[in-house]
Write a protein that binds this ligand. Structure first.
Ligand code: F6R
Length: 350
């Protein structure tokens, strides 16, 4: 199937995911202005813990990746029930749930209240929104109506503002501006109106075809490799593997000796700011395992600040997973099995 037939794309995308993805730069622009109410300033914490699951943890991953390069305060991403034992009164806990009804994240909020940590909620409503209202907690109120994984702008930029009001600058204003400009540029370049010959996301989806994507990032972009994997799972409903250099050099590199390597598409997430050590490792990786893979795609982050670099690669992954969904004949929007599990956990019928 061609990805350059607007009618075929419209048929495959009944929920108009393409419009949500095209509006991602505007979402980010709006998200930059969102603040918690009641607002800060918050006390500079000993540690920042961001609790969330799935799409609602993705902004936290980006925050932690940027903070690792810059902050003298640890930023931990917590996926699961409760909170790690170390969390206490001197810590800032940010609970993020787009729907506000995620059991694990609600349990993290309860744990933060019990331990007397500073607590901020980021949510579009649900039980977390109700808890914030009842306890008069600072809350970033998000617009409703999106799939959490497609609300990444809303789930990332407010975290920067919360940390800034706790005297922790993770991303400078100039870097935010750079990211917004990079996203605007990508919107035209990756959308359905741009033919495959000039559209990196369409070309990538076609290269992936029926192969298993194996995505590797570097120390900063490893978080993006995981995000590509989850977008491919939820949007294109297909498996993918994700890993990070240098760690995968010490284990997974051996798996490429398997005959299954022929069925894989190796996807390398590169970054012009990566160190010479990491660049050399990517080059050697290509030399050592490239011939074993079914195919290799190498893609590059845009910009110099961490926000532009991470978000530009994520945008490319979002569109790639969208086009792969269309090629596979699956609707990129709904996640029926994920929803069925949540319903069952709440005691409802499947
Ligand atoms: C669905 C999605 C999921 C959810 C996750 C948690 O689009 O991305 O990964 O993010 O099930 O739900 P929320 O985000 O509502 O807390």
């Amino acid at each position: 199937m061609t990805l350059d037939d607007p009618a075929a794309i419209a048929r495959g995308d009944a929920h108009r995911t393409r419009e949500v993805l095209a509006a991602f730069p505007a979402q980010c622009r709006e998200a930059v202005g969102l603040r918690p109410e009641p607002g800060g300033p918050f006390v500079r914490p000993r540690a920042v813990i961001v609790a969330g699951m799935g799409g609602s943890a993705a902004g936290a991953d980006l925050l932690a990746a940027c903070a690792a390069e810059r902050l003298d305060v640890p930023v931990l991403v917590h996926r699961g029930y409760g909170l790690p034992a170390l969390v206490g009164q001197r810590d800032l806990v940010i609970v993020v749930s787009y729907s506000g009804d995620t059991a694990e994240t609600l349990s993290a909020a309860e744990a933060a209240l019990e331990r007397g940590s500073s607590l901020v909620a980021v949510t579009a409503g649900g039980r977390l929104g109700a808890l914030a209202a009842q306890r008069n907690l600072p809350r970033v109120a998000l617009p409703t109506g999106l799939m959490p994984r497609m609300a990444l702008g809303y789930l990332f930029f407010p975290l920067l503002a919360i940390l800034k009001s706790a005297d922790l600058t993770v991303v400078k204003d100039s870097e935010v501006d750079e990211a917004l400009v990079a996203l605007d540029a990508q919107a035209g370049a990756l959308g359905p109106g741009r033919p495959a010959a000039e559209n990196e996301a369409k070309r990538l989806a076609l290269a992936l075809g029926s192969r298993l994507p194996v995505i590797y990032g570097g120390p900063l972009t490893g978080a993006v490799a995981y995000r590509w994997k989850t977008d491919l799972a939820e949007n294109a409903k297909t498996f993918a593997a994700a890993g990070t250099l240098p760690e995968m050099n010490h284990n997974e590199i051996e798996a490429w000796g398997s005959p299954f390597a022929r069925q894989m598409q190796l996807v390398l997430l590169r970054d012009h700011e990566e160190t010479p050590e990491i660049a050399r490792r990517f080059a050697l990786l290509r030399e050592l395992i490239g011939a074993a893979a079914g195919g290799i795609s190498e893609v590059w982050a845009r910009g110099t600040g961490c926000a532009a670099r991470l978000l530009s690669l994520i945008t490319l992954g979002q569109w790639t997973s969208f086009y792969l969904a269309i090629l596979r004949g699956v609707d990129p929007w709904p996640v029926p099995t994920l929803d069925a599990l949540k319903t069952r956990l709440r005691g409802g019928a499947p």
